[in-house]
Design a protein around this ligand. Structure first.
Ligand code: PBG
Length: 333
């Protein structure tokens, strides 16, 4: 055939493929989510094989392992005992709570590791919502933000480097920025869950923290988070959220979940000059683990291909439970 262009010319050898490769993965791209609890044993999480609820002591070992593999940021999630959960979630700003103790411990032992936190009420809420639920069953915006600001400031006082509001209340990024600045934490960054969708992919995470919406009181509790998290049908709305978060002072924008929302990552990359993070969430992790266990897919290849797809779509950072495994595989290659 008389072909001018033969794209296969540049695919002939590994060396050529490596030369023209457009994106790559590095352990420094990863943010490693970790669960902590008060218990004295490390507890496996059944729907997330390989992930655990760590004790404070054992958490340090896992974070050190991540550091040695080249991972430079961890994000902490607490499993809070039922007797500490209240309708207003006030345990979220207790300076002696599980998360501030974990932050202080990690920062004293491994000060160079970036510690990110999650800001929302759900692990602390007896109703299992990210905000305060009114007696009419409405998730209250402004009242919730008051709690979130106390939570963020307390986390910064404990030594957090990056504050991650995941609650999806309107105006929370600006309010948290102001609260941090007022308390002298202008150097602490905000990684905003900008486009966070009301997704069924969070199921295993809610099992890990026992944080799903529940009806324990006699008020009506919304059974899902669709009055504050985004509708999976919408993409223009993600641009609006991104513009608001930028105006309000976010330092990094996040898209969550990641895999079913690669188009949103791509769109935000076009719209914003800020770093973009993708959250490869618990349900995405669980699907890969389940299929790999059955021998239906090759875990290493699927994980590395998936993580690469976030970079190709335009993400700079990837929150992933595969972080340590992927870092190890990248080292071997
Ligand atoms: C809580 C929060 C959730 C996740 C991160 N922060 C769950 C939710 O919004 O219900 C999900 C993470 C995952 O599924 O891996 N605000």
């Amino acid at each position: 055939m008389d072909l001018t262009y033969r794209p296969r010319r540049l695919r002939r050898s590994l060396a050529l493929r490596e030369m023209v490769r457009e994106v790559s993965l590095s352990p420094a791209d990863f943010i490693y989510p970790l669960f902590v609890h008060e218990g004295s044993d490390v507890e496996p999480i059944s729907a997330m094989p390989g992930a655990n609820r760590w004790t404070l002591e054992k958490l340090l070992g896992e974070v050190q392992r991540a550091w040695e593999l080249g991972i430079r940021c961890v994000v902490l999630f607490p499993k809070i005992a039922d007797n500490l959960k209240t309708e207003d979630g006030k345990e979220c700003f207790n300076p002696d709570g599980l998360i501030p103790r974990a932050i202080r411990y990690l920062k004293s032992e491994l000060p160079d590791m970036t510690v990110m936190t999650d800001v929302a009420l759900d692990p602390y809420s007896s109703d299992g919502h990210d905000g305060i639920v009114s007696s009419e069953g409405v998730v209250l915006n402004d009242e919730t933000i008051h709690q979130l600001c106390l939570q963020a400031v307390m986390q910064a006082q404990a030594g957090a480097d990056l504050i991650g509001p995941s609650d999806m209340m309107d105006g929370r990024v600006g309010a948290i920025r102001e609260a941090l600045d007022d308390e002298g934490f202008e150097h602490v960054g905000i990684i905003s869950y900008t486009a966070k969708y009301s997704s069924a992919y969070y199921g295993p995470f809610r099992e890990a923290l026992d944080s799903a919406p529940r009806n324990l009181s006699n008020k009506p509790i919304p059974k899902d988070k669709s009055t504050y998290q985004m509708d999976p049908a919408n993409s223009r709305e993600a641009i609006t959220e991104a513009q608001l978060d930028e105006q309000e002072g976010a330092d990094i924008l996040m898209v969550k979940p990641g895999l079913a929302y690669l188009d949103i990552i791509y769109r935000l990359r076009q719209e914003s000059e800020l770093p973009i993070a993708a959250y490869n969430v618990s349900g995405e992790y669980a699907m890969v683990k389940a299929a790999a266990k059955k021998g239906w897919i090759d875990e290493k290849s699927v994980v590395l291909e998936t993580l690469l797809s976030f970079k190709r779509a335009g993400a700079d950072l990837i929150l992933t439970y595969h972080a340590c495994d992927a870092a190890e595989w990248l080292r071997q290659d």
